[in-house]
Design a protein around this ligand. Structure first.
Ligand SMILES: C[S@@+](CC[C@H](N)C(=O)[O-])C[C@H]1O[C@@H](n2cnc3c(N)ncnc32)[C@H](O)[C@@H]1O
Length: 217
């Protein structure tokens, strides 16, 4: 798999990942990590957690990836890596992921988490341990007006999400348990620069958080 370390991209093979994974009891995958700030925040806050940011685009993550790959003496984070891959084809070398975040997805990632690309969700579930918690946060402005990726899905609400999105997620082994609007504190706690950017350009940012378990036992 392709690890972004700044300007460079290096290959990490299955054995190397397994050795790294073995040093941590838990591993969080941030799918569509963007500039990687959420992953960086988590890795700093939880040195005992392996954090993996994954995105189909490398340019935005280079800055955070440079910080992560620096030597620990210079503020590097041995528990953080950024991978260049599409969620549709996540690296097969990844395994035993124990938490998944998908924050403010757009493009094909948004289409995927709405259940319109079951293969994407199934491929991600295949990387996960049993009972892996997931958090998806949807930027509801994607429905106002609707972007093409939302297709025929109406804007989900805490009341409609189980019925509208639950079955497709469940078919791909993502079991939706709760849907709630995030308040300002909840949005700020995500520590993504994307939500900050959206917030500054709008009077109000509406975000729906979906939580549940992947591969429930
Ligand atoms: C709106 S940004 C959100 C970034 C970050 N999660 C945040 O909250 O700041 C959406 C990200 O999803 C990524 N993305 C879209 N489709 C993807 C796919 N199929 N696989 C991986 N990443 C994807 C984009 O490259 C972009 O970085």
């Amino acid at each position: 798999m392709r690890r972004v370390t700044g300007k460079q991209v290096v290959q990490v093979d299955r054995a190397e990942f397994a050795a790294l994974r073995g040093r941590y009891t838990a591993a969080l995958l941030d799918v569509g990590t963007g500039d990687g700030k959420h992953a960086l925040h988590l890795a700093r806050a939880h040195p005992d957690l392996l954090v993996i940011g994954l995105d189909a685009a490398t340019d935005n993550m280079r800055r955070a990836a440079t910080k992560a790959a620096a030597s620990p003496k210079k503020g590097g984070l041995p528990n953080l890596l950024y991978l260049w891959a599409a969620a549709e084809q996540p690296p097969a070398e990844l395994s035993d992921i124990t938490e998944v975040h998908v924050l403010m997805p757009w493009g094909s990632l948004l289409r995927g988490v709405l259940g319109s690309d079951p293969a994407m969700l199934t491929a991600l579930a295949a990387l996960c341990a049993p009972d892996t918690p997931f958090l998806i946060t949807l930027n509801l402005h994607a429905w106002r007006p609707p972007v093409p990726e939302v297709g025929t899905h109406p804007e989900p609400t805490p009341d409609s999400a189980a019925e509208d999105l639950g079955p497709a997620l469940k078919a791909a082994h993502w079991h939706l348990h709760a849907a709630e609007y995030l308040d300002d504190a909840g949005i700020a706690a995500l520590a993504t620069s994307w939500t900050r950017r959206l917030n500054s350009s709008r009077d109000r940012l509406d975000v729906l958080a979906l939580r549940g378990l992947i591969n429930p036992t």
